[in-house]
Ligand binder design. Structure first.
Ligand SMILES: C[S@@+](CC[C@H](N)C(=O)[O-])C[C@H]1O[C@@H](n2cnc3c(N)ncnc32)[C@H](O)[C@@H]1O
Ligand code: SF4
Length: 460
């Protein structure tokens, strides 16, 4: 079906368009088009809004002086929509929960039509954002180090990266540049009196680095005072060895991610993730043996061709290992990923069933600590980090919930600074995604990043 969103001005259009895309995920929504199967139009009066859909007219008084919210509520009602997150379209649902001081679940239901289960999760995550913010002192920053290389591309992946084969000769040069940037940035951080609260080495796949390369990176970090929370994404089981993992432990890494995404061998092959289920189990066991404080495992709900039972199998398998953290994502089909299989219609209902099962199994033991949504995920369903024993990965909250400043080094890294007083992001600096350009331009970009830190550090 083609749905035409008709209106003369651009006001409120973006928000309504996205809500319509969520309500009708398998239909096409056009703006001011012709020959559509259904049409939605709206007008805003002084005290009311009116929405007309498919011949049905609905008028509502403006709620909380928020025209867009009222329009979305009216669109939701007139289309008879039923979405787990109601009219919420934003990527950070906890921010909405934080607007309310009490009765959060009730308010989220009444104002935004969020289902009780999702509202509870939002409330819990908002609680973590609040307490992590309270624990921060002026001058707290986190450091993100990006390794944009992977041994091969998983088809669904849309992250900024390069692939090992054509780039293997580039890694040494990249590491040289990265270490120069790292030293420069860490010196500026100390000079400005800032204090690191967490370090996160992510990617890509940081464990594509050889032992010797990893050790150089870890030594460079160790020359400075490192915080207790230190994460390394060892995501792909086909890149980890016992020796690399031991090295990480020796240099103080407290949290590693070993990510199966699925425990179904057939799906791993479909999504082009070149490791086996067995390799995942082996890597996980080594991490346990070595004694990392926290092991995280990532899963994706809604992977191509997977049914509810496939997801259940993966989740049950991961839970039986009892990792400290489990992160569940909803498959997101970004245009930049290789997985735009339009014939794959894993329905929103199927993915929602996966989520219901995930909450049913995880919530008795684990607590959700951060949540974010992506527009391209089925019905913009959520990504949630779960923790055991009340110990979160603070970095994920800082970064995903914009709760604290992050300074990034490496190609494609984005540094985002959060004002200590009003808790809002106020400055952003992006680095070029291309490793070659990153190496070439470092002489210019490093002083720029140092100036960026110096000029803004008083607000962090
Ligand atoms: C930045 S990736 C890096 C992790 C690591 N390279 C790995 O693959 O194990 C972090 C996580 O995002 C999730 N992810 C990546 N692409 C996704 C997509 N298109 N949809 C949903 N989740 C995705 C995966 O669970 C992945 O482990
Ligand atoms: S999912 Fe991870 S391993 Fe796969 S291509 Fe993306 S970043 Fe690399």
């Amino acid at each position: 079906m083609v749905i035409n969103l008709k209106n003369e001005t651009e006001a409120y259009r973006y928000g309504i368009y996205h809500l319509l895309k969520m309500i009708f995920p398998y239909d096409t929504v056009v703006v001011n088009g012709e020959n559509a199967d259904a049409e939605l139009s709206y007008t805003v009066g002084e005290n009311t809004v009116t929405v007309c859909f498919d011949g049905k007219l609905w008028e509502e008084p403006i709620l909380r002086e928020d025209v867009l919210l009222t329009l979305k509520r009216t669109v939701y009602r007139v289309t008879d929509a039923k979405l787990p997150f109601g009219v919420l379209t934003g990527v950070r649902p906890s921010q909405t929960a934080l607007k309310f001081r009490q009765d959060i679940v009730k308010h989220l239901g009444e104002v935004y039509f969020v289902s009780p289960k999702k509202a509870e999760v939002m409330e819990q995550c908002a609680g973590r954002v609040h307490s992590v913010r309270q624990s921060l002192f002026r001058g707290s920053v986190s450091l993100y180090i990006h390794i944009p290389f992977c041994p091969s591309r998983c088809k669904y992946c849309s992250f900024t990266l390069a692939y090992l084969k054509p780039y293997s000769q580039l890694i040494d040069g990249y590491l040289e540049a990265l270490l120069t940037e790292l030293r420069g940035v860490l010196e500026t951080i100390s000079e400005c009196g800032l204090k690191l609260t967490s370090v996160y080495i992510g990617g890509g796949t940081p464990t594509v680095l050889t032992e010797a390369q990893l050790e150089r990176l870890l030594q460079t970090l160790n020359a400075f005072s490192m915080p207790q929370e230190f994460t390394v994404e060892a995501g792909r089981a086909d890149t980890v060895t016992e020796a690399k993992l031991r090295l990480l432990k020796e240099y103080g890494v407290s949290r590693v991610s070993i990510n199966p995404q699925t425990l179904n061998q057939k799906t791993l092959e479909t999504i082009g993730r070149r490791h086996t289920v067995e390799e995942f189990y082996r890597a996980y066991e080594i991490c346990r043996k070595i004694g990392f404080e926290t092991i995280n495992t990532d899963l994706i709900a809604g992977l191509t061709g997977e049914t509810f039972l496939d997801f259940k199998h993966s989740l049950d398998g991961v839970i039986s290992l009892a990792p400290e953290h489990i992160t569940v994502h909803t498959l997101c089909k970004k245009r930049t990923s290789g997985l735009i299989d339009t014939s794959d219609r894993t329905t929103a209902e199927e993915v929602e069933k996966m989520w219901e099962y995930a909450y049913q199994m995880l919530l008795p033991v684990y607590e959700p600590y951060y949540i974010y949504r992506q527009k391209e995920a089925v019905s913009s369903m959520e990504n949630v980090g779960f923790m055991k024993n009340g110990k979160e990965c603070m970095y994920n909250i800082f970064m995903m919930e914009e709760a604290s400043s992050v300074i990034a080094v490496g190609a494609g890294g984005t540094s985002k600074l959060i004002d200590f007083t009003d808790k809002k992001p106020f400055a952003k600096l992006r680095t070029d995604k291309q490793p070659e350009r990153y190496i070439r331009d470092l002489d210019l970009t490093l002083p720029k990043k140092q100036a960026f830190i110096r000029e803004n550090c008083h607000r962090i």
